[in-house]
Every structure is written in C-alpha cells, then in structure tokens.
Design a protein around this ligand. Structure first.
Ligand SMILES: [Zn+2]
Ligand SMILES: [Zn+2]
Length: 140
C-alpha cells in the first residue's frame, strides 16, 4: 500500500481506482490542473469516468485537505497536491501556474499590517504575476 492509498484511508475516503488515479495525477503533475484538464488526461484510462465524478472527487480531496483549491482569475479552479505553504508564479499570457518554494521575507510587512489593522496575522498567500519563459520566446 503506497502513501496515497494510506492518505485516502486516513481521511476515511473509500479507495476507488478512479479516486486514486485522480489523486496521484495531482501529486505527479505540478501544473496545477483544472478539473477539465484532469478529466481530459485520464479519460482514456477510465472511459466510463464522467466529468462530474472528477468534480466530486477533487471536492472530497479538498474537503479533507489532501489537495488545495485556488483560482487565478479563470472560470475554472486549479488544484494543487502540494499542501505545504508555497507561492505561485502565474503567467498572464498562458495562465500557467508554477510553484515557488523560496523564502519570502514578509516579517516587516506583517508587522506593518498588524499595527495598521490590529489583526494577528498567522497565514498569508502570495501570487506573483508575469510572463513565463515560453511566452517571452513566442513574442519574437
Ligand atoms: Zn506563459
Ligand atoms: Zn502549487
């Protein structure tokens, strides 16, 4: 039994071949796919799987916090199996989403914000926007 199966069982999710396939697809692909992308990539392997099944599966994985759901301003949400804190670098041209695990020194901004707002800040979520290498090359 691999750790993906164990994670599903630990969260009381029934281990079905489709659920396991969707979860491992998210673990293996760091492109932060939408439900539509997951469905298109897995439908050859699971011809009977519906788009609704993929929606339901990512929702249940998200509810038990095995994956994260986020939106970069598109119609569809993106999904990420990397649940540790990290930032995203988003291309404004092709909407690709990459991970950034580097350290961002936010302490000064957090201090400022706490002083201004009276909040105790315990988490933050940062997106960077720009143009990716691939899109830059296509501009020539
Ligand atoms: Zn791009
Ligand atoms: Zn990510």
């Amino acid at each position: 039994m691999n750790y993906l199966t164990e994670n599903l069982k630990a969260n009381k999710l029934k281990v079905t071949p489709q659920r396991l396939a969707i979860y491992s697809y998210l673990v293996d692909n760091c492109n932060h796919p939408t439900v539509e992308t997951i469905y298109n990539d897995l439908k050859n392997m699971f011809p009977t799987m519906s788009l609704a099944t993929v929606y339901k599966t990512v929702a249940s994985l998200r509810d038990v916090k095995l994956i994260k759901e986020f939106n970069v301003g598109e119609d569809s949400n993106r999904y990420d199996a990397k649940i540790e804190t990290h930032s995203h670098v988003i291309c404004k041209k092709c909407n690709s989403v990459s991970d950034y695990f580097g350290n961002i020194d936010m302490q000064e901004s957090i201090n400022d914000l706490e002083n201004l707002s009276g909040f105790d800040i315990d988490a933050y979520d940062i997106n960077f926007y720009g143009v990716c290498n691939k899109c830059k090359k296509q501009n020539f």
